[in-house]
Every structure is written in structure tokens, then in C-alpha cells.
Design a protein around this ligand. Structure first.
Ligand code: FAD
Length: 110
């Protein structure tokens, strides 16, 4: 089975980097594509219990991805909140989402 920690770090890097390159104002097509991508990602993520919990988080009305795909700011915040849900579940400190841009766009590692 895949190494859940290694897979997680790589996957969050991919997801946050996708958000970091998502347009400030996404077109309707881009919004559709992002919703579809996230819904399929949450089905095929190869840590099944992780995927199940992620789908449960996504299915709450306040976390409905379709409300957050207008552009980079909203999508980046949504992903940060999703990641924090996992951080808290694993007993880690939540990440300060006001530092999301610094971590994933302007800054480097850290
Ligand atoms: P990671 O949590 O992988 O984070 C990598 C880097 O991202 C951090 O060093 C930090 O710089 C930055 N970061 C941290 N939090 C945020 C944030 N909120 N927003 C933006 N950047 C941030 N593991 C399990 O054991 N059980 C699970 O149920 C589980 N579910 C997961 C669901 C998904 C969708 C994904 C992608 C991963 C899941 N994981 C799960 C893996 C877990 O989230 C971690 O990736 C793994 O534990 C390694 O953690 P880490 O401390 O190295 O840093």
C-alpha cells in the first residue's frame, strides 16, 4: 500500500501548487473543470480512509467546492481549510491560512 505520509505531502504540494496557478478570475469552463477535478480526486485518492473522510468534509454545505472555484483566493482558502481539517484530525496545529500565499506563491519552502 502507498506510504500515507509521503503520498500526503506530495499530494498537498500538487493541490496547493494547482491553486497557486489558478487564475484570479476563472472562466466558467475552468470552474467546471476544477469542480470535476476535485470531485474525482476525492474518489480516486489512493488512501481509501483519507478519501472517505475528504468526501465527507466536501459534502458539508459550507464546504461545497462549487462555491469556491471563482478564483485563486477563494479556491486557495478552501484548500487551506480542507488541509486544516486533516491537520486537526491528526492532532497537528492548524496552518494560518492568511499565510497561504506566502507559503505557496511568493515564498519558497517553509
Ligand atoms: P503535510 O500536512 O503533508 O503538509 C505539507 C506542507 O504544507 C507543510 O509542511 C506546510 O508547509 C503546508 N501546510 C500545512 N497545512 C497547510 C494548510 N492548511 N494549507 C496550506 N498549506 C499547509 N493522513 C492520515 O494519516 N489520515 C488521513 O485521513 C489523511 N487524509 C488526507 C486527505 C488528503 C486529501 C490528503 C491530500 C492527505 C491526507 N493525509 C492523511 C496525509 C496528511 O494530510 C499529511 O500529508 C501527512 O500526514 C504528512 O504530513 P506533514 O506534516 O509532512 O505535512
Amino acid at each position: 500500500p502507498p506510504d500515507v505520509e509521503q503520498l500526503g505531502r506530495s499530494s498537498w504540494t500538487l493541490l496547493h501548487t494547482i491553486a497557486a496557478t489558478y487564475p484570479a478570475e476563472a472562466t466558467p469552463t475552468q470552474q467546471e473543470e476544477m469542480k470535476t477535478f476535485m470531485r474525482i480526486f476525492a474518489k480516486i485518492y489512493p488512501c481509501w480512509s483519507c478519501a472517505e473522510d475528504f468526501r465527507a468534509w466536501m459534502s458539508k454545505p459550507e464546504n461545497d467546492v462549487s462555491k469556491y472555484v471563482q478564483g485563486q483566493k477563494t479556491f486557495g482558502k478552501w484548500l487551506c481549510d480542507a488541509h486544516n481539517d486533516v491537520n486537526v484530525k491528526l492532532g497537528k496545529k492548524p496552518f494560518d491560512c492568511s499565510k497561504w500565499e506566502e507559503r505557496w506563491i511568493t515564498g519558497g519552502e517553509g
